[in-house]
Design a binder for this molecule. Structure first.
Ligand code: ADP
Length: 263
């Protein structure tokens, strides 16, 4: 079986009136990087949380490695890794202490060597004794990715792992994420960046208003999609990207930093 995650007829609402996820059907294969795209409020985080088993009350069926999320939640939790937002860490704690703290949360032992190896994976070995509040945004993101694989997960969830980073830091993180995938991990990430999808993702799903707009390989989607419709659901492409050539009919193109934000 090549299926890491299977989602059938998933619906979810926070209250009975508003449906946040509507009839989602998706298959995510082992060892692929799967991208979830869509504008703010589309339902990406809610979908990730349903798969992780932290949202109750959905209808439909979700399985992770063949285990049913509703029935086998306790068996699934050790298989998954979740990246926490790096700005929510305690500031007055050293990097290695943060790893020890997270290990206690996972209820596992962690050795000094394991901390060193994790830091090496994200090119942060020399910051082991640094205070977290002295690190840059990009360094904190790298630490948060290392923490997310502390329990050696088979399935890793990354929610906008490179948001707010400059282009070079973003590319560094892409290399790190690719290395994690090479070790056999299935990765599901949300992003607003089209170049990120192209650099990392085997398959991608666009979500809009809680429904799947389109799903497939990034290059096929770009080739086949009605560009204006895709743009309307919110993408960010870099200024050198070919998509800009077709953007004359876009309602709004906003340039910030080195990126064009298309809505
Ligand atoms: P995305 O991650 O794509 O930005 P979310 O999954 O966070 O989207 O949100 C989807 C919809 O659910 C939005 O309309 C949002 O306002 C709503 N929502 C998110 N969290 C809650 C919550 N805890 N209670 C009620 N509504 C929520």
């Amino acid at each position: 079986m090549n299926e890491a995650i299977s989602i059938k007829d998933l619906c979810f609402s926070y209250n009975s009136n508003i449906q946040v996820l509507e009839n989602i059907n998706l298959t995510i294969n082992h060892n692929e990087v799967f991208g979830l795209l869509g504008p703010n409020g589309a339902g990406k985080t809610t979908l990730l949380e349903c798969i992780q088993g932290v949202k109750n009350g959905f209808t439909g069926t979700i399985t992770v490695n063949g285990l049913n999320v509703r029935k086998d939640g306790d068996k699934i939790k050790p298989l998954i890794g979740v990246q926490f937002q790096s700005n929510s860490y305690f500031d007055h704690i050293k990097v290695d202490e943060l790893f020890e703290f997270f290990a206690t949360l996972y209820n596992i032992e962690i050795t000094e060597k394991e901390i060193k190896d994790l830091l090496k994976k994200v090119n942060m070995q020399e910051y082991k004794r640094s205070y977290v509040n002295k690190l840059s945004g990009g360094q904190k993101q790298r630490i948060s990715i290392a923490l997310s694989i502390l329990n050696k997960p088979q399935v890793l969830f990354l929610d906008e792992p490179t948001t707010g980073l400059d282009p070079n830091s973003r590319k560094d993180l892409w290399n790190i994420i690719n290395d994690i995938r090479k070790e056999g991990t299935t990765i599901i990430l949300t992003t607003h960046y089209m170049e990120e999808v192209e650099a990392l993702c085997d398959n991608v799903c666009f979500i809009n208003n809680g429904s799947i707009y389109t799903v497939g390989k990034p290059e096929e989607i770009i080739k086949n999609a009605n560009l204006n419709s895709v743009i309307k659901i919110g993408l960010i492409v870099d200024s050198s990207a070919q998509y800009l050539e077709s953007c004359s009919t876009v309602d709004k193109i906003k340039k910030e930093d080195d990126y064009f934000y298309l809505y």
